[in-house]
Design a binder for this molecule. Structure first.
Ligand SMILES: Nc1nc2c(ncn2[C@@H]2O[C@H](COP(=O)(O)OP(=O)(O)O)[C@@H](O)[C@H]2O)c(=O)[nH]1
Ligand SMILES: [Mg+2]
Length: 249
């Protein structure tokens, strides 16, 4: 029996936390919420969920920081598999078992909103779609990956593989650093399709990241810094096969 836990990074989600947890607790016996310094009523609502383990960040530290806390919690807790999903209604908890079982054959199982079209899929904000496509293409080129969605927060990880990662970025670029380190550690990566759900098109990244150009530059800086960080530690980029046969299949 695999020992696994589902973890949710949460920042100001008083609107969604109860409905999401009532679903998650149907599919996961072990649940962790990382409350990333919420300033709304999220913390008070979490008190109504005694069966859910909660770690509070005193200050808001960022999406990446919340996931790093979840990674360490899974490692310290001796879990074999960690599932992560967002707490804003964009991820369907009933798909959690699918991620856990897919983790039998992979180190990282990543949801993709662009692998399969589902009835009722939302239309993603054009700026986000453009940047997702651009960065996903660049990562596949750089790392010899076959990703279709580089940014989906719905993932499962084999905790043994997580122990090899040294994530630095505490913000929204964290998933990109993860792909660089995963590829340079030659981790086994698979994608599973998930619906594309946007409930709140007004949601912002906050500050300068709401500007697409600035967000793209932040993402590219993070990717370059991560490659340099790994090369300095003796890791190499997956090499393309000679005679432009592209990446090893
Ligand atoms: N916006 C934001 N979300 C955070 C932060 N820390 C944790 N989260 C949580 O991370 C998840 C993803 O955030 P979200 O803004 O929806 O990202 P997006 O769906 O990629 O735009 C949600 O469950 C948030 O509550 C943070 O500092 N800012
Ligand atoms: Mg979201």
């Amino acid at each position: 029996m695999t020992k696994w836990i589902a973890a949710l990074p949460v920042y100001n989600e008083e609107q969604y936390v109860d409905s999401v947890l009532s679903e998650v607790t149907k599919y996961a016996d072990q649940v962790l919420v990382v409350n990333d310094g919420s300033q709304d009523g999220t913390a008070a609502r979490l008190e109504a969920w005694p069966q859910v383990q909660v770690v509070h960040h005193q200050q808001n530290r960022g999406y990446g920081a919340a996931l790093k806390t979840a990674f360490q919690f899974a490692i310290d807790g001796g879990y074999e598999v960690l599932v992560t999903l967002d707490c804003d209604g964009q991820h369907q908890p009933r798909r959690i078992p699918r991620f856990v079982s897919a983790c039998k054959n992979a180190d990282i199982v990543s949801g993709s909103r662009y692998l399969k079209q589902y009835e009722g899929d939302s239309q993603p904000p054009s700026g986000r779609l453009f940047i997702n496509r651009q960065i996903t293409r660049d990562l596949n080129e750089l790392l010899c990956l076959n990703l279709t969605d580089a940014f989906c927060g719905f993932k499962a990880y084999r905790v043994e593989a997580l122990k090899r990662l040294e994530i630095q970025d505490e913000g929204y670029a964290m998933p990109l650093e993860l792909w660089v380190q995963a590829a340079m550690h030659r981790l086994r990566i698979i994608e599973v399709p998930v619906p594309l759900i946007y409930l709140d098109l007004e949601r912002s990244f906050g500050g300068s990241l709401d500007d697409g150009e600035q967000r793209l530059q932040y993402y590219n800086r993070c990717i370059q810094r991560s490659v340099t960080y790994m090369k300095d530690r003796g890791f190499s980029l997956p090499s393309k096969q000679p005679a432009s046969r592209g990446c090893p299949q």
